[in-house]
Write a protein that binds this ligand. Structure first.
Ligand code: CP
Length: 304
């Protein structure tokens, strides 16, 4: 039976650990001089993206190619989606062309869950609305383990637009399953009611969220998903909630700074911390290729 990756909500701690362990092997391929292994030879990976992407789409395409798969990309503009074709009809059309893995990003929460039961290909959620972005959280957790050696007992502070972030939801599911302590910080207007029921601590003061953190993760202000008026201006946002050097000093001395990207420089994070010695943002991007190789390999060849 085919398997899908729709969210970290659905995975056990052991499944997450298995993916991360395989990603460590895949990272050796990504960093090698000969980026070609036969694991997906003869298979076809299609990236169906209804929203913009640089990191996720390109890393899935490269991950597929590094594993010898056929890889193709389709976006809503320029496809028959622009003529009004439905999501299900589009997915079924791609399915019957011989697709083995359909990687899908959509602005509607639950879109990949709608598609997965009706097509033969394995579906990977590459971000659905404000719900989940499971491979982003896997690469984030992989990066934390590379630097800290473990997740259990780690204090992770996630700062920014919590309401609109699918990255934060996937990270909360994954990190709490693996035993981390997660603190959220951001404006009350961008903090969902009842988010504390997910087993996290909530602060409307960024400093308190960051104190003694092992990991500080900034989130993008998602201007495209917001109604007006949730904060006065990006300048005021940075003044009260942006992470700069003085706020980062509240974390542990060996803390790392993360961000899923793309970063609004000078809004969520100051340029000095983005380019500073605590930043692991570019490592996250490299790890995204390794994690996506591991997920696709395990969905097709077993072990998921
Ligand atoms: N982090 C992330 O999903 O980036 P992209 O939108 O560039 O894929």
């Amino acid at each position: 039976m085919k398997q899908d990756l729709l969210g970290l909500k659905d995975l056990s701690a052991q499944q997450i650990k298995n993916i991360l362990s395989h990603a460590a092997d895949m990272k050796k391929v990504v960093l090698s001089d000969s980026k070609k292994i036969p694991n997906l030879q003869g298979k076809t990976v299609v990236n169906l993206f209804y929203e913009n992407s640089t990191r996720t789409r390109m890393s899935f395409e490269l991950a597929a190619k590094y594993m010898s798969a056929n890889a193709a990309n389709i976006s809503s503009s320029g496809s028959s989606v622009a003529k009004g074709e439905t999501l299900i009809d589009t997915a079924e059309t791609l399915d019957v062309m011989g697709t083995d893995i359909l990687v899908m990003r959509h602005n509607m929460s639950g879109a990949p869950h709608l598609i997965a039961p009706v097509i033969k290909a394995s579906v990977i959620n590459a971000g659905d609305g404000m719900n989940e972005h499971p491979t982003q959280a896997l690469l984030d957790i992989f990066t934390m383990i590379e630097h800290k050696g473990h997740i259990e007992g780690l204090k992770v502070a996630i700062i920014g637009d919590i309401s609109h972030s699918r990255v934060v939801r996937s990270n909360i599911h994954g990190l709490t399953k693996l035993g981390a302590e997660v603190s959220l910080g951001g404006p009350a207007t961008l903090m969902p009611k009842d988010i504390d029921k997910m087993g996290v601590k909530v602060f409307n003061n960024v400093q308190e969220a960051i104190i003694d953190a092992d990991v500080v993760m900034g989130l993008r202000i998602q201007l495209e998903r917001q109604k007006k008026g949730l904060f006065p201006s990006v300048r005021e946002y940075f003044r009260f909630f942006g992470v700069d050097e003085s706020r980062l000093r509240l974390a542990k001395p060996d803390a790392i700074l993360m961000h899923p990207g793309p970063v609004n420089r000078g809004v969520e994070l100051s340029t000095s911390v983005i380019d500073g010695d605590k930043s692991v943002i570019t490592e996250q991007v490299t790890n995204g290729v390794a994690v996506r190789m591991a997920v696709m390999d395990m969905l097709i060849n077993g072990g998921f």
